[in-house]
Design a protein around this ligand. Structure first.
Ligand SMILES: Nc1ncnc2c1ncn2[C@@H]1O[C@H](COP(=O)(O)OP(=O)(O)O)[C@@H](O)[C@H]1O
Ligand SMILES: [Mg+2]
Length: 316
């Protein structure tokens, strides 16, 4: 994940309770937990981009100060994970050691019913030395038996005032010029999803000034992010590829997608000679795409070639 650090969503993921945006009463509740030094098992429920994963990590690191195990249930959702990885992690905890082991189960609504039952059993068996933090977009997918063993936090209505403070902090840190009107336009289009807000800021600040144009489609946004990542030396092409593969479902073909990347490149600050080289590469790709067996491989090669045009040393 650290490879993504240059994208603002990762770079500006809050690492402490002061920085994360939360409704006041929710933040107060966590401060009380912190003061008392006691954290219940938690179920954090809300739509994406509200800070659930971020909050889970802050709790594990800042509030509990324990070693923690992070599992994303979208990748690991079966009973084997519960019986294997999770169980052996919590078993390591000594009953004499006061510090708890913490397990974060991100996107816990993806856990199979069997895995949820297994988890409930683990919670009971290791009540004294392990804490569980489960996040879910859809609270209804969490079984009642599991829910009832957790303290549920489902208010992630992020106050606009705090959002504005955070956005100003990000823009000031990046030394971006802005007027508040543009920020409010982004809020109108993106809130209550704060991840979208940060992505929009990132995409709209490439000139050093915040200029927000609403992207017409998700594809446009993705092309923009990919273009930026390609043009940023410290982001490797493998990261760009990963991004592309993850989002494959939102565009029809690689051909369409690279045409869009091309358009975005042409409007960017890239040097004209580099724009021309990239144009030729994309045109070649389009011409040959009918004949290639493995389109994904060719798309990957194209990413490497584009990167090498902009940063020749990456191929050395
Ligand atoms: N409440 C929040 N406070 C500050 N930043 C946030 C908040 N919610 C989302 N973000 C931004 O969006 C990114 C994704 O947040 P994340 O915690 O993964 O959301 P979720 O798990 O609810 O989908 C974070 O890295 C951060 O940049
Ligand atoms: Mg999340």
């Amino acid at each position: 994940m650290s490879l993504f650090k240059n994208l603002w969503v990762e770079k500006y993921r809050p690492t402490n309770l002061d920085d994360i945006i939360l409704p006041d009463d929710v933040k107060d509740k966590f401060r009380t937990f912190q003061k008392e030094g006691k954290i219940p098992h938690l179920l954090l429920v809300g739509p994406s981009g509200r800070g659930k994963t971020t909050l889970a990590k802050i709790i594990a690191k800042e509030l509990v100060e324990s070693s923690y195990l992070y599992i994303n249930a979208s990748d690991d959702n079966g009973i084997d994970t519960v019986r294997g990885k999770i169980r052996s992690f919590v078993e390591e905890a000594s009953p004499f050691d006061k510090s708890h082991k913490t397990v974060i189960l991100d996107e816990g609504d993806r856990l199979s019913p069997e895995a949820q039952d297994g988890l409930r059993n683990l919670i009971e068996s290791f009540q004294h030395n392990a804490r569980f933090i489960i996040t879910a977009n859809n609270g209804n997918a969490i079984r009642d038996a599991l829910k009832s063993r957790c303290h549920v936090v489902d208010n992630f209505a992020l106050p606009k005032k705090q959002c504005l403070v955070r956005v100003k902090h990000i823009l000031d840190s990046e030394k971006i010029e802005y007027d508040v009107e543009n920020i409010l336009k982004i809020f109108d289009d993106c809130l209550p999803d704060f991840r979208k807000v940060v992505e929009a800021l990132n995409i709209s600040s490439s000139t050093g000034k915040l200029i927000y144009k609403k992207e017409s489609t998700d594809v446009g946004k993705l092309a923009n992010v990919v273009q930026q990542s390609l043009a940023n030396k410290s982001i490797t092409v493998e990261v760009v590829r990963e991004l592309l593969i993850k989002k494959q479902d939102i565009f029809e073909s690689y051909e369409d997608f690279f045409n869009l990347v091309h358009t975005v490149f042409y409007e960017s600050k890239t040097a004209l000679k580099d724009k021309r080289k990239v144009t030729i590469l994309i045109a070649d790709f389009n011409e040959n795409i009918k004949f290639v067996k493995d389109v994904e491989l060719s798309a990957y090669a194209l990413l490497i070639k584009i990167k090498a045009v902009l940063f020749p040393e990456t191929l050395k």
